[in-house]
Structures are given as structure tokens and as C-alpha cells.
Design a protein around this ligand. Structure first.
Ligand code: NAP
Length: 478
């Protein structure tokens, strides 16, 4: 890989059971320069078949120690290549280096926690002489790996989303076929190469890219696959739910998370959280702040301060270390943001700062008085928009927060314990963070949404290991 240029360049290929494939190549372009940053030799149907057969035929199960060691060695290698991975992410995703470096740090945590979990015994023991129907026996549980899982990942965290699928699978001992986003395949493939280098046996991992009808859809449908774990949009997630048939399906889908700011909250903190939540990762986090619900009494003060804060978020060249907001994933996505902004303004919203688009760059933008029916806040706007909606009180805020199809996460700024507890109980979503952004988490805590954001099945390293395995019980006379 060329490290000297502003962006990186990587010629690579898909992998079947650890071996590079030699299909026709496609080009990956930088969303900022629109110049090629790599090529990938794609896979075909025959490669999928080989990947499944290799995974199912892999009998040389790794010990807990071996799995933990592979993950720990990978962590060390990724850590040594921290800058290389960050530059690769920025090159193909347009995320600024500051965000890419942060993302690599998160992936290192995923590897560390997975390596630790791989060593932990996961069995339980049930004494059976506990009722009149019982007997002098004990029931034991153990977790067994699946034969083969398929993991499908989105573009917005090109490394961490992939790490969140692969590391728990390896900890569980389950072979995986990864289908990363076609928009950001280079980071995923480089991560796979690093796993092989760290000692992961080839059949434990294949990475396939190619036309959806040839690769992703047949894999989702295949009856030999025991689990499809998907992170991405609601539309594709719901399609997968239909296509997958009789198999375990994990869906981590979109969101339009609210940040609720109450009149008793710390306004400096509120401004900081609103800006960080709306603009970090170019606003392209499933848990980005996508609606700011502010109490009427403090709204004018809050908005003025948010506008000032927003000007600190320099938007531009992803490779410039000073940049805080790089591009969104492509020009079409930036044009969509422009469209929902124009719609909101036509319906009475006020543009206070930002709003300019140049190619795939979209400025951090504060819009006030956004209507509750605006497409910008009802659907998911995946970009650096900070739409402000004014609310009368906590009841009103909860009503607005719960009014859309999504239910991923939320944040509430308040100094009232009563209001915090009420929000925790009444917000219908997977997470409620008090005095934090909706996106706050650690990599091993349970994570996932309800309603259109997901089926309530959690990921995060510990929960994901459970999803990649099955409990077997056995009993003995005792
Ligand atoms: P996407 O368009 O749904 O694509 C996600 C993945 O699905 C890509 O690898 C894509 O492949 C693949 N795919 C497309 N059509 C498919 C089909 N018919 N069958 C199987 N796979 C198919 O999502 P995205 O635009 O990359 O990502 C952004 C979305 O992800 C946002 O909605 C965001 O909120 C969500 N997200 C959710 C979470 C969470 O944890 N809840 C986390 C991050 C992101 P191609 O690239 O080849 O099209």
C-alpha cells in the first residue's frame, strides 16, 4: 500500500477461506477527490459455494486459548498499523482522519474484549433436586459454535462494524462469510488479511463482494447458513428478514435518535452533546443525534450557542488533521441532505448556519423551528444536520421522541432525577443515556434498537458471542 500519497491506494481481492480470488476488479473511489483509492477483485457464485463448503467442513476447532490468541495478536497488529487503517478509512469513506483514528481505537477495544471473553467459561449448572418433580441429577450448559454465519456490514464504520461481527464470531469459534459494503471494502479486506496473518485459519473467514443478486442474496437465502447478522438500512434489513427464511437473523438498522434538552439541564453540556452527536463521523452514525428536542424556555439561548459551537467544526479535506467533518459517503447522499433541508425551509424552518454542499461535502448545519412532520426528522437523515424542534415539557418531548418508526437510542439532558427516571421508563428505544449523546456505549455492553431500528436483539461483544453460538444442555446423575 502506498503510504506517501495524501490518500492511500490498495489493489486487493476478495478472499475465499483465506485464499485471494481472481475475479473481475471494481474500483473504489474517494468521496472527496473522486479519484480511485483502490481496486478489488470481486467474487462470483462459485466462490460463495467454496466459502460455505470450507466453513462447514472445518473440523479443526480452535481451543479457547487459540481463539483468544488470534484476537490478541490481531489487536497488536492493528495497533501497530493504527495510522494505516485510519488513512484507509478516510480514503474510501471520506471520514476525517480525526474520526478514523478514533474508530481504529474502538476496534482495538472490540478485539481486546473479544479476546478476554473467549477465555471465559460460559456454562451454567442447574441442580435438579429442587422440587418434588426433581431428581438427584445436574444439568450443565455449554455453548457450541455454529457451522457457518453470514455477516453483512454498512459503510459508515468501515472497520468497527466489521470488527463487531468478526471478533465475537471468532471468540465463539464460528466460521463467517463477510459481505462488507461495496462502498468501503478496502478496510474490511485489510482487516481480514490481518486476522489471517494473526493465525486465523482460512476456512474460518471468507470475504466476498460482488453483485447483490450473485453474492449477498443467495448467501442470505442459503439453508446451510445458520445465522445472518446484518447492520444497515431499514429497507435492506426488512428485505433480508423476508429472504432469510428459517434461520437466525440479527438486524441492526437505522435510527433518528433524539437529544432531549430540558429546562433544568446544563446548557453548556447540552450544546456540546448536540454538536458532537450531530456532527461526529459526518453525522453518519446510526446513533447520531438526528433530532434536537429543546424546551421552549431555553431554546433561543441554546440555539444561539449551538450556532457558535458549530462554527468550530471545520468541514473539508478528510486528510487534513484539522478537519472535524469530512464528506458523507457520496455526492448522492449529500444531495439528499440538501433536498430535505430545502423541504424543511419551504415549510417554515430557519437555516441558522451551514447548509452548503460541495460534491460530497456538506457543512455542519443548524436548522431551527423544524416541523414535527418534516422528512428531515421523520426519516433518517444520515449527515451533519442539527434540526432543532421546540417542545413544551418532558411529556411533549417523549411524545415527539416516540412518534417515528425508529427506536434505536436517545439522550436526555437534565439535572432532575425524577425526569431522568421518567425518560428512561417512557422512551421507546434500545438505550437512554442521561447527560450523554445517544451514541455513547462501550464495545462490550448490549447495544441495539426496537421498532424499525431492530428486533430487540442486542449486539455488543458479549451479546454477539451468544448470537454466534448455541446452548447445548447435558445432564448427569449426581
Ligand atoms: P445498506 O444500504 O442497507 O447496506 C448495508 C449492506 O447491505 C451493504 O453491505 C450492502 O451491500 C448490503 N446489501 C444491499 N442490498 C442487499 C440485499 N438485498 N441483501 C443483502 N445485503 C444487501 O446500508 P448502508 O447505506 O451501507 O449503511 C447505512 C445504514 O446503516 C443507516 O441506515 C444506518 O443507520 C445503519 N446502521 C445501523 C447500525 C446499528 O447498529 N443499528 C450501525 C451502523 C449503521 P452493497 O454495499 O453492495 O450495496
Amino acid at each position: 500500500m502506498d503510504q506517501s500519497a495524501e490518500t492511500t491506494f490498495m489493489n486487493t481481492s476478495c478472499y475465499v477461506a483465506g485464499k485471494a480470488v481472481s475475479g473481475p476488479s471494481f474500483t473504489v473511489k474517494s468521496p472527496f477527490t473522486n479519484q480511485p483509492v483502490g481496486t478489488v477483485a470481486a467474487a462470483g457464485r462459485a466462490d460463495s459455494e467454496k466459502a460455505i463448503v470450507a466453513a462447514l467442513g472445518f473440523r479443526d476447532r480452535l481451543s479457547r486459548y487459540d481463539r483468544s490468541q488470534v484476537l490478541e495478536r490481531t489487536r497488536q497488529l492493528v495497533s501497530e498499523r493504527h495510522e494505516e487503517f485510519a488513512r484507509l478509512i478516510s480514503s474510501e469513506a471520506g471520514l476525517c482522519l480525526r474520526e478514523s483514528r478514533y474508530e481504529v481505537g474502538r476496534a482495538l477495544d472490540v478485539l481486546r474484549f473479544s479476546s478476554i471473553e473467549a477465555l471465559r467459561d460460559d456454562g451454567q449448572i442447574f441442580s435438579c433436586d429442587i422440587s418434588q418433580q426433581g431428581k438427584a441429577r445436574k444439568i450443565f450448559t455449554m455453548r457450541e459454535p455454529l457451522g457457518c454465519a453470514v455477516a453483512i456490514t454498512p459503510f459508515n464504520h468501515p472497520l468497527n462494524q466489521v470488527a463487531h461481527k468478526l471478533a465475537p464470531a471468532i471468540a465463539a469459534g464460528t466460521p463467517v462469510i463477510l459481505k462488507p459494503s461495496e462502498k468501503t471494502p478496502l478496510t474490511a479486506i485489510r482487516f481480514a488479511e490481518t486476522l489471517y496473518e494473526a493465525g486465523l485459519p482460512g476456512p474460518m473467514l471468507s470475504v466476498l463482494l460482488g453483485p447483490t443478486a450473485e453474492i449477498a442474496e443467495p448467501l442470505v437465502k442459503d439453508e446451510r447458513i445458520e445465522l445472518v447478522t446484518f447492520t444497515g438500512s431499514v429497507a435492506v434489513g426488512k428485505k433480508i428478514a423476508v429472504t432469510a427464511g428459517y434461520k437466525r437473523v440479527v438486524l441492526e438498522l437505522g435510527g433518528n435518535d433524539p437529544l432531549i434538552i430540558l429546562e433544568d439541564g446544563d446548557i453548556d453540556m447540552a450544546v456540546h452533546l448536540a454538536a458532537e452527536g450531530s456532527y461526529r463521523n459526518s453525522g453518519q452514525r446510526c446513533t447520531a443525534v438526528k433530532r434536537i428536542l429543546v424546551h421552549d424556555a431555553i431554546a433561543d439561548d441554546f440555539v444561539a450557542r449551538l450556532v457558535a459551537k458549530t462554527k468550530e467544526y471545520k468541514c473539508g479535506d478528510p486528510m487534513d488533521p484539522e478537519t472535524r467533518v469530512g464528506t458523507v459517503i457520496d455526492e448522492a447522499s449529500a444531495i439528499y441532505l440538501e433536498t430535505v433541508l430545502k423541504e424543511a425551509l419551504a415549510n417554515g424552518a430557519k437555516l441558522l448556519t451551514g447548509g452548503e454542499r460541495k460534491g460530497a461535502l456538506f457543512e455542519p448545519t443548524v436548522i431551527d423551528h423544524v416541523s414535527r412532520e418534516a422528512r428531515m426528522v421523520i426519516c433518517e437523515s444520515f449527515g451533519p444536520l442539527a434540526p432543532v424542534l421546540r417542545v413544551r415539557d418532558l411529556s411533549d418531548a417523549i411524545q415527539v421522541a416516540n412518534s417515528t418508526a425508529f427506536g434505536l437510542s436517545s439522550g436526555v439532558v437534565t439535572n432532575s432525577l425524577d425526569k431522568a427516571i421518567r425518560a428512561i421508563k417512557e422512551l421507546r428505544c434500545g438505550t437512554v443515556n442521561i447527560n450523554e449523546v445517544p451514541g455513547f456505549r462501550v464495545e462490550n455492553s448490549p447495544f441495539g434498537g426496537v421498532k424499525d431500528s431492530g428486533l430487540g436483539i442486542k449486539e455488543g461483544v458479549i451479546e454477539a458471542i451468544k448470537l454466534f453460538s448455541t446452548i447445548k444442555t447435558f445432564s448427569l446423575p449426581w
